[in-house]
Design a protein around this ligand. Structure first.
Ligand SMILES: C[S@@+](CC[C@H](N)C(=O)[O-])C[C@H]1O[C@@H](n2cnc3c(N)ncnc32)[C@H](O)[C@@H]1O
Length: 298
């Protein structure tokens, strides 16, 4: 456990990994290094990738010994370029690639990163602070039709029209710049007045904020591009292990794995996704919508 992030489905992933000394692994979403730490404990060598410099900074301190022992390499980058990143670091025949999608607790809990409707902050939501597109850019520049599509398709939010209307009306008066301003617009679209409890805030804002975050970071495109590249990096019997937190993301993983199977590249190990058990959910509510799928290369 650490404050930066509590790794999800750690026991289930450990059982799948069969990590052992001398084997190489890619943790494509390093975060707070929770999954990486387990692989290192079991004797594996890890290439950890993350878009977020804060995650890598944390990792460099926490794992300074493993880095100087050559057991861990940390690399800033987008996993959609996993082929290039792996080649540059000589990680081209690995036992497993792990994708633990979404955001870390550190990202959500840092108000200045703008991921959370429960904290006042700028409408940012970039995992990579070097990228140009922020949530503020999307909220203020997308057309009403584009906002409708974003909240309907990516957010699966049934009040998408009222929310887009509210945004367009509000930004005519002044640009929408903060998480608080956006969540006030969502509250109005839901007909809420006065002080709103955190419970209700979560209920009404979750999908809108998640949709924006997915769009800002190109999350669906990233995983779609990365999976076929990841399979090329696996040794025989190597595994791709993916944890998703959103149904569209899970759909992409499920379909990609099925396509790989049809091309005789290996087999799906998880006929149904593995979900966190009650014990884990009691300790970590953020594991709530996690789904784990595994593919084994032949
Ligand atoms: C859920 S956290 C991973 C937590 C990690 N498994 C742990 O146990 O600490 C997801 C991490 O993936 C990173 N990330 C998301 N999309 C990425 C991408 N396309 N390329 C590289 N890193 C990405 C985020 O910045 C975040 O730090």
């Amino acid at each position: 456990m650490n404050n930066f992030h509590t790794p999800v489905l750690l026991k289930e992933i450990t059982e799948t990994l069969e990590a052992s000394s001398g084997r190489k692994y890619i943790d494509a979403t390093f975060g707070g290094g929770g999954h990486t730490a387990r692989i290192l404990e079991l004797g594996g060598t890890v290439l950890g990738i993350d878009l977020d410099e804060e995650s890598l900074e944390y990792g460099r301190k926490k794992f300074s010994k493993e880095i100087s022992d050559g057991k861990l390499i940390l690399q800033k980058g987008n996993f959609k370029e996993i082929d290039e990143i792996a080649r540059l670091n000589n990680f081209t025949k690995v036992s497993a690639v792990i994708f633990d999608l979404g955001v870390s607790s550190h990202q959500i809990d840092t108000p200045e990163r703008g991921f959370s409707f429960l904290r006042q902050g700028p409408l940012d939501m970039r995992m990579d602070k070097g990228s140009q597109i922020t949530a503020e850019v999307l909220v203020n520049l997308l057309t009403k039709g584009e906002l409708n599509d974003l909240f309907n398709r990516l957010g699966q939010e049934h009040r998408f029209r009222a929310i887009s209307d509210g945004i367009v009306r509000s930004r005519r008066i002044k640009a929408i710049k903060t998480t608080g301003e956006l969540s006030d617009i969502v509250h109005k679209a839901y007909g809420l007045k006065g002080e709103v409890s955190d419970f209700v805030k979560t209920k009404v804002n979750k999908k809108v904020f998640q949709a924006l975050r997915i769009a800002v970071n190109g999350e669906l495109e990233n995983i779609t591009e990365a999976l076929p590249k990841a399979i090329d990096l696996l040794e025989e019997k190597g595994k791709i292990i993916v944890i998703t937190f959103h149904s569209l993301e899970d759909g992409i993983v499920k379909k990609s794995f099925k396509d790989f199977e049809e091309k005789n590249m290996g087999k799906v190990i998880t006929a149904k996704p593995i979900l966190p058990v009650k014990e884990e959910l009691n300790k970590n509510s953020r594991a709530r919508s996690a789904k784990l799928r595994v593919f084994e290369k032949s």
